[in-house]
Ligand binder design. Structure first.
Ligand code: FES
Length: 128
């Protein structure tokens, strides 16, 4: 994606967020924020017995990058295994939001991933 396309991609996710809203009876929900700016994200997850993310959504307030990254994250994770979710790194997020954005706004770009990682930590243990 060139720079302009990347910016339009992020703005589209910010203006038309995917999977935004509260999930009823999630297996886990987690709220986390950036203390520096006060921006906040809540992630809701439902997980099946075979360790897949069947539903994921988010709510939040904040800058374009943090909210767009949350929207992209939920799109990438729907239907995926917990192992995949656990394996995600800042590098993956950089691939989604663009290296330039990641370098200039790392705390914004990574807020959703940090929230997800906390949510996974608090996910009740499931039978395997
Ligand atoms: Fe706060 Fe971007 S300015 S997360």
């Amino acid at each position: 994606m060139d720079r302009q396309a990347q910016i339009e991609f992020l703005i589209d996710h910010y203006e038309n967020p995917r999977n935004r809203g509260r999930l009823e009876k999630p297996d886990v929900q987690m709220t986390w924020g950036n203390p520096g700016c006060g921006d906040v994200i809540t992630i809701y997850l439902k997980v099946s017995d075979d360790q897949r993310i069947t539903e994921i959504s988010f709510e939040g307030e904040g800058c374009t990058v943090s909210q767009a990254a949350a929207s992209i994250l939920t799109e990438k994770l729907k239907g995926q295994s917990l192992a995949y979710a656990e394996s995600l790194s800042p590098d993956d997020v950089a691939g989604w939001v663009g290296r330039e954005v990641m370098l200039s706004r790392p705390r914004c770009a990574l807020l959703a991933l940090s929230t997800l990682q906390l949510a996974l930590r608090y996910l009740p243990k499931r039978p395997s």
